[in-house]
Design a protein around this ligand. Structure first.
Ligand SMILES: *Cc1c(COP(=O)(O)O)cnc(C)c1O
Length: 378
């Protein structure tokens, strides 16, 4: 087996991160909620217009905070696609709720908004749209349903930094938006994330939940003279070292997205002939969506062709991957959830999907991968 020449992902590094980390170290403030955390939150709020943005230790912890803030309890039902990462479901399962999975649309791999209404019961508390590959779900339909049935909407916008729906930043449309800055995402802090809060009624409680259930944030701002245990909560506050890394990335985000977009468009152009011949399918971006080049995937005939393609690329030193194993077919998914309606696309489409390498500054590697894919089909 040949060594990996082109990795699937390489975390972005712009060069400014180290200086920021050094500043944090020399300021003798490396735990959470210092100057760098504040600068990142300010940046996120200014660039999206969300009511409040709080950095978290991961996208997972942002989802967990959202589940607490949405008051998800034992016996509640939460609607989401089965084609997603485990954290989307886990955050709600640990609050005691049941997960109701519904099918995806084959064109965007997002939740099929037309099937949500049939899944709503008297126990339904929330809808969790996942913006796969940074391409928005059909949010007008979802927000209308949420209003009609008085449900909360928690956007899993883990992959969606800078993406928009009808001009509006993802993560700001629902009651809560959860972002991830894991090293595999477009901008990173190693491990980390953020929660966007739309409504001011949640601001204070969110700060408490994030600070181990204490009102320490208010104490540090001098608004109260001692702090106390005020609510449930956990340690959802990232360190200043991670925030310092993230700030370097946010300052250069235009550069990162522009470069990823360039590679994404090259894939699109290089693989168009295969798509025209019907050998593969390439991503579809609906008119109302602005995406962020988070993922470039292709869909092949079936799981057998996919396995053959991945090993053919591997022989050439190229690492391509698939995901997700649909949650409803996993052991925990069976225990904590049920599929509502028919699984027409979730299993079939997920088995056909391959993600090609895509990372900041991949240069001509994008042509090499495209050639290798074309060779496989010739
Ligand atoms: C990455 C990701 C998460 C989890 O984010 P972490 O920061 O790794 O905890 C959740 N949902 C989706 C859709 C993701 O892609």
């Amino acid at each position: 087996m040949s060594a990996i020449k082109i990795p699937f992902n390489r975390p972005p590094y712009l060069g400014t991160e180290l200086g920021h980390i050094s500043t944090a170290i020399h300021s003798h403030k490396i735990c959470g909620d210092g100057a760098f955390t504040k600068k990142c939150s300010d940046w996120l709020e200014a660039s999206t217009g969300c009511g409040k943005a709080l950095l978290t230790t991961s996208g997972t912890s942002a989802l967990e905070m959202a589940a607490i803030l949405a008051d998800i309890k034992e016996g509640d039902e939460v609607i989401m696609p089965s084609f997603t990462f485990v954290s989307t479901a886990n955050a709600f399962v640990i609050r005691g709720s049941r997960i109701v999975f519904i099918d995806i649309r084959p064109d965007t791999m997002n939740i099929d908004e037309r099937q949500i209404e049939a899944a709503i019961t008297e126990h339904t508390k929330a809808i969790v749209p996942v913006h796969y590959a940074g391409v928005s779900c059909e949010m007008d339909t979802i927000m209308n349903l949420a209003e009609t049935y008085r449900l909360q909407v928690i956007e899993d916008a883990a992959q969606a930094i800078t993406s928009r729906y009808k001009g509006r930043p993802l993560g700001t449309l629902g009651n809560f938006g959860c972002l991830s800055f894991h090293e595999t995402k477009n901008v990173s802090m190693g491990e980390g994330g953020a929660i966007f809060l739309r409504d001011s009624k949640n601001f204070e409680r969110a700060e408490i939940i994030r600070e181990k259930g204490t009102d320490r944030s208010k104490f540090f701002r001098g608004e109260i003279d001692k702090y106390t245990w005020a609510d449930i909560g956990s340690s959802y506050l990232p360190s200043e070292l991670n925030a310092a890394y993230l700030l370097g990335q946010l300052e250069s985000i235009d550069l990162i997205i522009k470069d990823r977009m360039k590679s994404w468009n090259i894939y699109m152009q290089e693989l168009a002939p295969l798509a025209q011949k019907g050998r593969i399918e390439v991503p579809h971006i609906p008119d109302e969506c602005e995406h962020n080049a988070h993922i470039f995937y292709i869909k092949v005939k079936d799981i057998h062709e996919r396995t053959a393609l991945i090993s053919s690329l591997k022989e050439k030193g190229i690492s391509a991957v698939f995901h997700y194993i649909p949650l409803h077919s996993s052991p925990a998914g069976c225990r904590y959830g049920r599929f509502c309606g028919d699984d027409i696309y979730t299993t079939k489409e997920s088995e056909r999907l391959v993600r090609l390498p895509l990372y900041y500054n991949m240069g001509d590697a994008v042509y090499e991968v495209s050639d290798a894919v074309r060779n496989f089909f010739s």
